[in-house]
Write a protein that binds this ligand. Structure first.
Ligand SMILES: [Zn+2]
Length: 106
């Protein structure tokens, strides 16, 4: 079945040129910037497999300035949110401690 002469596949001298083109397009046009939701998922550690590798490469290896800015913004939001959550927990803890103290003293 597969014993025919077939077309020769060894004539791929344009490979390096192609890679170069893809890399420049990537940098100049931001073609492969992951969506901000993807960045968020990656930051939160919920991204796995190829998508996580892709984002990690894009952010850490190619150091995309646009995505770095997005990540900075996401991290700032995240810190805000977790600080608020922490204050909420502290508040609730304090209230339950007070009521526990009242309960034991009563
Ligand atoms: Zn990017």
């Amino acid at each position: 079945m597969a014993s025919g002469p077939g077309p020769s596949r060894g004539a791929s001298s344009g490979d390096e040129e192609l890679e170069f083109t893809v890399a420049s397009v990537w940098r100049e046009e931001r073609v492969s910037c992951p969506h901000v939701d993807l960045l968020k998922a990656w930051l939160g550690g919920s991204l796995t497999g190829g998508a996580a590798e892709f984002v990690a490469f894009h952010v850490e290896e190619s150091r995309c300035p646009w995505c770095a800015a997005s990540i900075d913004a996401l991290r700032a939001q995240d810190e805000d949110a977790s600080r608020r959550r922490l204050e909420d927990v502290r508040d609730r803890l304090l209230r339950s401690t007070i009521s526990a103290l009242r309960a034991t003293r009563a």
